[in-house]
Design a protein. Structure first.
Length: 215
């Protein structure tokens, strides 16, 4: 049997240090909450801005972002192809109109909401009443209405929801577009919230969120 000798003064000192650390952690947690609240307010006024200043609305009409955003055209082309791949019935002109509207209007909404990154932080500001809109349900509602107004014949649009009955997970909403007559599970997610105004798209079956149709 091997005995280990621990000097009593050292053991007493360790216990005292633990008590000090615990008190320090409690104080640190209080300070962290205060700093978080202060930072939220500061960011709301200092960092909340229009991330796409060239997209200034004139009587509700937004200019085409192509001339001001070099990556815009490539993103529209990529999304148009993804939309066309949903089904052979897809009209490619309609796929182009949808891609341009989805990407451009999501950028415009980022300006309207004066987004603060990351998106979860913006949620906090909305819940604190510092900002008016910018939760995932706002992105979904506004984008869904915009896309339905296009009156496209090749597509159907759905309100999708993830984790609606899971209290330990954050509920999330997004737009899902499907080809006409195709099931929801074969649709494409159009999520403006996830990257704070830079539209994210992914197939429903390939996303990390377990989407289900809400409408």
């Amino acid at each position: 049997m091997v005995s280990v000798w621990i000097p009593y003064p050292w053991f007493k000192c360790a216990r005292q240090n633990c008590r000090i650390v615990n008190r320090g952690m409690r104080r640190s947690n209080c300070c962290l909450r205060a700093v978080t609240l202060t930072l939220a307010i500061c960011l709301a006024h200092g960092c909340g801005h229009a991330p796409y200043p060239h997209l200034v609305s004139t009587n509700g009409i937004y200019p085409n972002p192509v001339s001001a955003d070099r990556a815009y055209g490539d993103r529209v082309s990529a999304l148009r192809q993804e939309l066309a791949n949903l089904d052979e019935i897809i009209d490619r002109d309609e796929a182009g109109r949808l891609a341009e509207a989805a990407i451009g209007y999501t950028m415009a909404l980022a300006n309207e909401y004066r987004v603060t990154r990351p998106p979860v932080f913006h949620n906090i500001l909305v819940n604190m009443k510092v900002k008016d809109r910018g939760l995932c349900i706002h992105w979904t509602e506004d984008l869904l209405n915009k896309l339905k107004d296009l009156d496209l014949k090749s597509f159907r649009f759905h309100w999708a929801i993830a984790y609606p009955d899971r209290p330990l997970r954050l509920e999330h909403s997004s737009v899902v577009v499907t080809a006409r007559g195709q099931p929801f599970e074969k649709g494409l997610v159009l999520d403006g919230w996830r990257h704070a105004g830079e539209l994210h798209w992914v197939l429903v079956k390939e996303d990390t969120y377990p989407w289900q149709k809400s409408d």
